[in-house]
Design a protein around this ligand. Structure first.
Ligand code: SF4
Length: 169
């Protein structure tokens, strides 16, 4: 295609068919639009696309006007590969995503409970060694404090060993 030559639109019949299909989908889903930043991203992609009919601001592949094509959340770029990513998810996909998110959240919750349990067990063990009952979970998540405490534990252990050696235990 030469520089001046603009792409041709599909036939009027095909354009009407494409547009009514897009419109039906858009209305069925409650007329959702993309955010301004996505709209701009799409327009930028269309602007550098060889299928764009600039005079009419129409997509040369489907014949749809860009003001609708790029703004409606339910539309897709008809080029292969697509020049912009679709953002719309139909109800079945949304349901799958919801289930997946819930599953992820559940796993995260289980991990957190496990982590807290381990932390509490460590806390109990450290407190028993240090003979102090006031090591809080907050203290345990402070690396500087914990370094100090581990140092203390180490020296307690060394002292105990020395005493045992002296007393012949
Ligand atoms: S919708 Fe896709 S094919 Fe059509 S003009 Fe935009 S980028 Fe090009």
């Amino acid at each position: 295609m030469s520089k001046q030559e603009e792409p041709k639109t599909p036939s009027i019949f095909q354009m009407a068919k494409n547009f009514s299909k897009e419109l039906a989908k858009y209305i069925k889903e409650g007329a959702p639009n993309v955010s301004n930043s996505v709209y701009i991203e799409r327009l930028e992609a269309c602007n550098t696309c060889p299928h764009l009919i600039k005079k009419q601001m129409r997509c040369g592949l489907c014949g749809c006007m860009l003001e609708h094509k790029a703004k409606w959340k339910t539309t897709t770029c008809p080029d292969k590969p697509e020049r912009w990513k679709p953002v719309f998810m139909d109800k079945a996909t949304l349901e799958l995503k919801k289930n997946f998110d819930e599953e992820q959240e559940k796993e995260e919750r289980i991990k957190n409970v496990k982590r807290k349990k381990e932390l509490a067990e460590n806390q109990k063990r450290i407190n028993a060694h240090l003979k102090r009952g006031n090591l809080t979970l907050k203290e345990m998540s402070n690396p500087i404090k914990m370094k100090k405490i581990y140092g203390q534990l180490k020296s307690n252990g060394a002292n105990k060993k020395n005493n045992n050696t002296k007393t012949g235990k």
